[in-house]
Design a protein around this ligand. Sequence first.
Ligand code: ADP
Length: 418
Amino acid sequence: MLTRIKTWLTQLFRILSDWLAKKRFAPIAYLLTDMRERVQDMAGGKYGQQITTKKRGIIAVMVEDFNVMAETAEQIILSATNDRDRLSIVLSRMADGILVLGRDMRISLINTAAQRIFKTSESKAIGRSFIEAINDSIIYDILRRCLDSGFQQSAFVETYARQLYLGVVATPLQYNQGCILVVQNLTEIRRLEMIRRDFVANVSHELRTPVASIKALSETLNAGALEDLSVSGDFLQRIEVEVDKLAQMINELGELSNIESGNSSLIKKPTDIAVLIKKVANRMLAQLSRNELKLVVNTPEVLPEIKLDQERIERVLLNMIHNSIKFTPPGGQITISATVKADSVEVNVADTGIGIEPDDIDRIFERFYKVDKAHSGSGTGLGLAIARHTVEAHGGIIWAESARGKGSTIYFSLPITD
Ligand code: ADP
């Protein structure tokens, strides 16, 4: 619109100035030429052009009007530019993805978040049709419905190719000019929600078995077995075992929740980890010999001191050794080693046990994950999850390696800090 006015004014000034020059109205002709040049400058983007004249009367009024018009035009353009810049900052900082599409579904705007979500760029998306640039048929249908009906459409969409869970809202623009698509990336929120749901399901599942056993045993005792001394002792012992299992699970759940919520701070002390390993190994000697397992401790003479929470790291090691004992048949060997790396100390517990399948190896650090639920004995499936949190809280990492049937090695490394 503004450009058309400028073109029109330029032409008008040219005709008038030519005519006036011919008619010997030179000052007016000069003025009009000047005005024409200023209008051309404005058309080229140099707004706010001003002209001056020493003339009075109608010419002075004309000059004044021209200057006011030029100044107003500059202000309008400036304020439009400011609005556009502000809008583009807001859009680029928004966490939600925004796309503006025309009636023909061509993308005219895509903000940074949308580029991130759909793994594209402005240059690849602008001017292209939605299906060409984003290629998501479910969202395409939502946009189509929005454009056809003229009403807002919203949905939750699972994009398998990109493995995302998105909340999308398509709103029609005024005068049937297209629509605006708002995309919320809910993938992480849904993942956390699923973890929470799984957690509650797992806890109730894990609690059910010992509680059901205690109930059955106590009912049997109540029904008369209490008088039968040949069985009552055994029943009471089994109740005790189940209660111990419940107590262990409650303790471990409490510990896990404390670590996860960041409520339990570490009490770190400079520690020679070789001393800690020997202490833990000594505690396990009786259990190892009961299970006919050989223990080897492999630590270098000199190890740099590490600042760590001794009680917690002891528990990590105990859990790893307990697991090795549980999953290694009699006659096997368990080796605890420590090695110094560039900026960390690496500790591992290796056994000659049943090993872990490749598919399970990364999952053993998840809460309640047990490879073989029926044969993992008294385990709760929480030990390694707690170990992972503890090691990570120390700035370290934990991982496992295993060869099926040949044994497993669980590693953790802790950073050496000054
Ligand atoms: P649990 O209390 O059941 O031992 P963990 O979290 O300590 O729970 O271990 C999770 C699962 O990882 C175990 O149930 C077992 O299936 C597997 N696992 C851990 N350590 C070993 C190992 N040394 N050998 C074989 N499987 C293991």
